[in-house]
Design a protein around this ligand. Sequence first.
Ligand SMILES: *[C@@H]1O[C@H](CO)[C@@H](O)[C@H](O)[C@H]1NC(C)=O
Ligand SMILES: *[C@@H]1O[C@H](CO)[C@@H](O)[C@H](O)[C@H]1NC(C)=O
Ligand SMILES: *[C@@H]1O[C@H](CO)[C@@H](O)[C@H](O)[C@H]1NC(C)=O
Length: 406
Amino acid sequence: MEKKSQLSDEKLLQHPILLLMVLILGFIFMDPFHVGPLGGRDYRPVKHEVAPYDQVMGNWPRDNRSRLGSGKLVFVDEVYGPESLEFDLMGRGPYTGLADGRVVRWMGENAGWETFALVTPNWTEKLCANGVESTKSKQSKLEHQCGRPLGLRFNRNNGDLYIADAYYGLLVIGPEGGLATPLSTHVKGKPILFANDLDIHKNGSIFFTDTSKRYNRLNHFFILLEGEATGRLLRYDPTTRETHIVLNDLAFPNGVQLSKDQSFLLFTETTNCRLMRYWLEGLKTGTMEVVADLPGFPDNVRLNEKGQFWVAIDCCRTPAQEILSNNPWIKSFYFRLPLKMSFLAKLMGMEMYTVISLFNENGDILEVLEDQRGEVMKLVSEVKEVDGKLWIGTVAHNHIATLPYP
Ligand SMILES: *[C@@H]1O[C@H](CO)[C@@H](O)[C@H](O)[C@H]1NC(C)=O
Ligand SMILES: *[C@@H]1O[C@H](CO)[C@@H](O)[C@H](O)[C@H]1NC(C)=O
Ligand SMILES: *[C@@H]1O[C@H](CO)[C@@H](O)[C@H](O)[C@H]1NC(C)=O
């Protein structure tokens, strides 16, 4: 058998046009001049699990009234890429982490926004304070110096604020603010590359996500592109000050949220477009399961007072994405084409708009709000429900969105 196929391969290659095609394809594949969007990166696409497109999209309820479109943008050009939104024990806020590396808080009309915390002593106004420019790509190159605070959570017992910073790991800062103290920057002697979000267990343990062992936030697009699954769920134990690996091999683990009774936590796997559960108590302790397949790429998850979960989603997945996920060799080839990434993405039918969705503990969809035309909100990162209002953060734009709810 083997011999025969070898022979026919040889014969094929003797055909001049075929040979030329193979050479051209090989050339593109190798991308020796680094003209493709990967630019000579060590790019290793892998197969990953994403639920069938038709199954998910066929059952996903649409918000025909596009109700998110009636949301309001607030603090326009006053906050830069506010990913996570939090309120302190006195109800002040929002507090949020910005693309310029600061954690800031809103202190009311008179005092306005003030800097609350920094994640590194190296932060300087000269280098880092770039205002509305902070969400542009120029700042991404400064992030590793200035910091990029993502997930925020107050410890409801003592008013300490915990911060997951994409470059500086897990940190904590007291209620007075200032320079945050690093708690966890390494696991098993290796630096944490991309801390993303966190939640605080009643016994003091901090569960947080480390999105990838290979790519930092600046290069997060390659995590999606490869489908690589080196992300982790980690637990920092304040009594021993040790960081433990809870789950390995996750595909872009992102938001984390403990359930109301803390018997489980939910986290999102952005690459696989799904919401996952990890059991902390009961018969299934230590196991993981899919809670819901989502129409797009999820970011943070936040609990409301009723114990339900808001998920921020960048919609939508495409049929092409499913094919690519199952056939990494096509990805290898496709993204080496000497064309702009934005063009390649468009060709795949990717056009993003915002969906936010509310789930109960079983993963049933309770609510879907969309802004289908991207009029008000694009690239949302978190939805936080507080006193009849949704506060919506975005990692990429200079505003916060709000919407009365219910
Ligand atoms: C939205 O519109 C589609 C088609 O126009 C319809 O099939 C669907 O039932 C509508 N959904 C809701 C929730 O009204
Ligand atoms: C601050 O910057 C110096 C010089 O670039 C660097 O060596 C040091 O590691 C930085 N400190 C922190 C906490 O990032
Ligand atoms: C706190 O709870 C978590 C989750 O159940 C558990 O993994 C951890 O061991 C607990 N820590 C202590 C100090 O009991």
